[in-house]
Design a binder for this molecule. Structure first.
Ligand code: B12
Ligand code: SF4
Length: 288
């Protein structure tokens, strides 16, 4: 089974700053025995690079990620996939695809074969296994598709219970020569958020706040600093500071391991979820 995963071009996204969704999907299916998984970042390789990748790999499955602001680019990549590898199954995932699945399957019936709803690792793996065994994958939990001309969905899969079990996403893609300053890495230490602001998709998409353990985060940070020599790690959680004790534990191991001398860190936080003691610990751990 050969799989190409594509991150569409997005003029507002800098090429050295790709999001972690597809690297997580790639790492997960690779760790389950699917080795031929190729990641294409359109902002880096261009439309021509994507075409070349599809021609060379001749994938059985093309997966595209879709946020609202680059949804048109996502559809263009699905169209390109149809032209170059018409036999490949076109799979869409991501926040926009999850929330707007009915509209997308109604408007683009010829381009989209399946939409993976919500957290993608397990659903995509099951779908790939199903397709690999010659089945149509339509009954896999966590999917939407068209059946007999109607849009149908198998419902969202329950969120993963233990994020420590996920393989670390490949980080080499972030240490690209194009990056003009520090060598950057991106890490996600928790999923979801304990709040439910009405304008935000996070709680609907990720459900409750689910942290990884400090030990698991330490392993990934060490691998990032030692492996690619990252000089800055951006923590991209929605709600990194949800648990003050956990933040302090993370800051302690960053200091104890000397990671703060090799590397600086940054994160986002709700203004009401920080306190002076936490900020002091973060300063000592070289958060900028
Ligand atoms: C970090 C972040 C940023 C960072 C960096 C982005 C980056 N390159 O990592 C910064 C601060 C730059 C940023 C900026 C913006 N962001 Co932002 N950002 C996030 C945040 C908090 C985390 C992204 C992430 O790494 N997620 C973790 C990965 C693992 O999740 P994932 O990508 O969704 O992938 C999983 C599933 O979706 C699924 N999946 C995804 N794709 C695919 C594809 C296939 C084939 C399959 C099977 C599965 C699958 O499986 C993956 C693993 O489970 C998200 C919220 C969130 N929690 O996702 C908002 C979010 C993506 N941002 C959002 C927005 C609106 C923006 C801005 C437009 C804000 C603005 N007005 O300027 C800008 C535009 C940025 C740009 N790219 O040009 C919205 C998008 C909403 C939407 N309707 O699409 C989100 C969802 C926030 C929200 N809750 O509303 N952002
Ligand atoms: S606190 Fe932030 S991440 Fe959480 S629901 Fe509100 S806006 Fe979304």
């Amino acid at each position: 089974m050969r799989i190409v995963l594509l991150l569409p071009f997005n003029t507002r996204e800098l090429p050295y700053f790709p999001n972690l969704g597809l690297p997580y999907i790639q790492a997960h299916i690779k760790s389950h025995g699917y080795d031929d998984v190729f990641l294409g970042i359109e902002s880096l390789i261009g439309r021509k690079g994507v075409s070349r990748m599809l021609q060379q790999v001749k994938p059985d499955v093309v997966g595209v990620t879709c946020l609202s602001f680059y949804r048109h680019h996502a559809m263009e990549l699905l169209r390109l996939s149809r032209q170059i590898v018409p036999q490949a199954k076109n799979i869409l995932g991501g926040v926009h695809a999850t929330i707007m699945y009915e509209q997308l399957l109604t408007h683009y019936p010829d381009l989209i074969d399946r939409i993976v709803l919500g957290e993608g690792e397990e659903t995509f793996l099951e779908l790939i296994r199903d397709l690999d065994q010659g089945s149509d994958g339509k009954s896999v939990k966590g999917l939407a598709c068209r059946s007999n001309g109607m849009v149908t969905a198998t419902g969202q899969r329950p969120p993963l219970k233990d994020l420590d079990r996920l393989s670390f996403p490949r980080q080499e893609i972030f240490s690209l020569p194009e990056f003009p300053g520090k060598r950057l890495a991106v890490i996600h230490t928790s999923r979801g958020c304990g709040y439910g602001c009405y304008y935000c998709s996070t709680t609907r998409f990720w459900k409750k706040w689910r942290p990884r353990s400090p030990r698991n985060i330490k392993e990934e940070m060490q691998a990032i600093v030692n492996g690619i020599g990252a000089q800055h790690i951006m923590i991209t959680d929605d709600a990194f500071t949800m648990d003050a004790q956990r933040v302090k534990t993370i800051c302690s191991f960053i200091r104890d391991q000397g990671l703060n001398r090799a590397c600086s860190f940054s994160c986002s936080a709700r203004a009401d979820k920080v306190d002076p003691e936490m900020l002091q610990a973060m300063k000592e751990a070289n958060f900028k």
